[in-house]
Structure formats: C-alpha cells, structure tokens
Design a binder for this molecule. Structure first.
Ligand SMILES: [Zn+2]
Length: 148
C-alpha cells in the first residue's frame, strides 16, 4: 500500500543526487539536515518562501532544526545557486526556488511575492558601471498596494 502523505513530499532520487552534487560543487557537505531542508523546499514546485515559513514547515515535518540553521542553510543554497534570494528590504528576504531570470511584484499588504516574466519588463538606459565592473544582473521589484 502506498501512502499519499509520503508521495506528496517525496522527490525523485535524481533530484536529490542533483542537489547533493550542487552542494558539493559549492563546497558544502550534503548533510542529512541540508538534504531534508532541500527536500522540503523543492518538493512543492516553484515558490517564494521566508526562512520563518520554511522553519515552520520543518517543525511540522518533525525535523528538529533551529531558525538560525534554516536561515544559514537558505543562504548557503543561495550561494550554491540552488535558489535565489529576493531581498524586499533589510528585514525581509524571500527565497525563490525558481532560479531562472525574472522579476517580481511585491504585494505590501499581503507580504506576498509574485513572479513577473523577464520579458515583461524592459530595463534600458542603465548607467555605465565603474571601471573594471560589469552588470551581473538587474532585478526589479515592483511594489504594489491597494488603490486608495
Ligand atoms: Zn520569483
């Protein structure tokens, strides 16, 4: 008999080994804790999640892990290119499991991040970067609020 609960959170072995390889490539040991967090993160399709929300999910999945560890792990995954940090302001960062190039709407009243396809925003007339520098990427966050 198969359990739906397990089916929902299971990842393909190839995904897990892909994540292990990428962690190793970034100089990170694929520990059980890192792989469990990766499993939680990536088994639900593309999403934007805060460290607090992932911590909550980890606790609900009976993982004993501190918020600080979740936070550090997310930043390590960001460094490894497994996800993309979307910094809304100095106090609020979301982690995006979709690492392809795109922009975001941020709905202020709901603390919600929504994807905007890269092709929908044209960024032109950028200033020349200082000598010896190049533009790595331009991320646009369009902040939304209810019409007053
Ligand atoms: Zn996104």
């Amino acid at each position: 008999m198969t359990s739906n609960r397990n089916a929902d959170i299971s990842m393909k072995d190839t995904d897990i080994s892909g994540i292990s390889d990428r962690l190793r490539g970034a100089g990170l040991r694929p520990t059980r804790q890192r792989l469990s967090l990766a499993h939680l993160l990536f088994s639900k399709g593309n999403r934007h999640i805060s460290a607090e929300a992932l911590h909550e999910e980890a606790l609900n999945a009976d993982m004993s892990v501190s918020l600080a560890t979740v936070y550090n792990t997310l930043h390590q995954f960001n460094e490894a290119g497994l996800l993309r940090a979307v910094a809304i302001d100095s106090a609020k960062t979301y982690f995006d499991t979709n690492t392809s190039h795109h922009h975001h709407f941020y709905i202020e009243d709901e603390n919600r991040v929504v994807d905007v396809p890269a092709s929908h925003i044209n960024v032109t007339d950028l200033p020349s970067p200082p000598e010896g520098m190049e533009i790595a990427r331009v991320d646009v966050i369009v902040r939304l609020r209810e019409k007053s």
